[in-house]
Design a protein around this ligand. Sequence first.
Ligand code: SF4
Length: 380
Amino acid sequence: MSSQDHTHVRPWRAIERRVSRKIRVGDVEVGGDAPITVQSMTNTVTADAAATIAQVRQLEEAGADIVRVSCPDEDSTAAFREIARAAKVPLVADIHFHYRRGIEAAQAGAACLRINPGNIGSPDRVREVIQAARDHGCSMRIGVNAGSLERDLLEKYGEPCPQAMVESALNHARILQDHDFHEFKISVKASDVFMTVAAYQMLAEAIDCPLHLGVTEAGALRSGTVKSSIGLGSLLWAGIGDTIRVSLAADPVEEIKVGFDILKSLGLRHRGVNIIACPSCARQGFNVIQTVETLEQRLAHISTPMSLSIIGCVVNGPGEALMTDLGFTGGGKGSGMVYVAGRPDHKMDNERMVDHIVELVEARAAEIERTKAPAPQAAE
Ligand code: SF4
């Protein structure tokens, strides 16, 4: 059996997703029964369109569904048009306070505006931004951050807390709802995992819009990954979250990789080869760690969901192979066993194993893609 389809026989792996309203970010659906999307944000100077397009491209190749680009000034929104034209994925324009930037970004092809309506200013300005979003088919994201809560809420609650974050989010949401604008999602991020999780749990009860998950300023690659995995992981496990962004002080491509790894670990989304490997020990029949590292690099181009087990010896190899599409288990005398669809298939020398596994994975991916492709139309 393939490892991809399991919940009917393994009910303990099933996650019941919170039912949210579905919105669109360009041609990508967010919420409802749409797959949970993974996003990241460029960190180039937006006004440098060429550099930003190059980074959007890298993120697309890593599998990003949506990319956010910040628009702090007019030069950025001017470059946004060229960036949006070149991007294959929908772009979210990150606007903080300036309503003009919001309007310009909507006109320049943003699929979504990240803007808090309560921060825009006068009712006229709010109306103008909402109208621009409506005219250009933009959705919006309300992004509440524990570090920048409104002064009145801080006075009311004494310090940033989940209740204050949710109240802020609902205040912003009300402004959009009062304008009969419902194409929005919300995030309530904090750098503290407990506060983030509590705020999202509360918000999930209070409103039916899709939720954009993130632990803000999570940290560098390793610590940020751990923090995000705990925060986002526990929310996703509880069925909360429709789109995610892992914030790392690292290359944004890493955010996409970690985002997919979190979703893969919970069986919520599959992309590329999910490599299951043992930590290795004195029993290993080949160098597991080095092999897995090489395979991860050589299989990075595969986007077809597939699972592969690379296990050092027969203690755990056959059992893991049973649950993966392809597997290799170390044996004695410089060779191991290749498993196909859970069954021992043929022996292979350790030395040729990496090339062989890469070939098998590529062939299997091509086969899966072929079966997914629509049948060619008969010639008239
Ligand atoms: S599977 Fe074998 S080699 Fe890998 S950690 Fe377990 S005992 Fe060691």
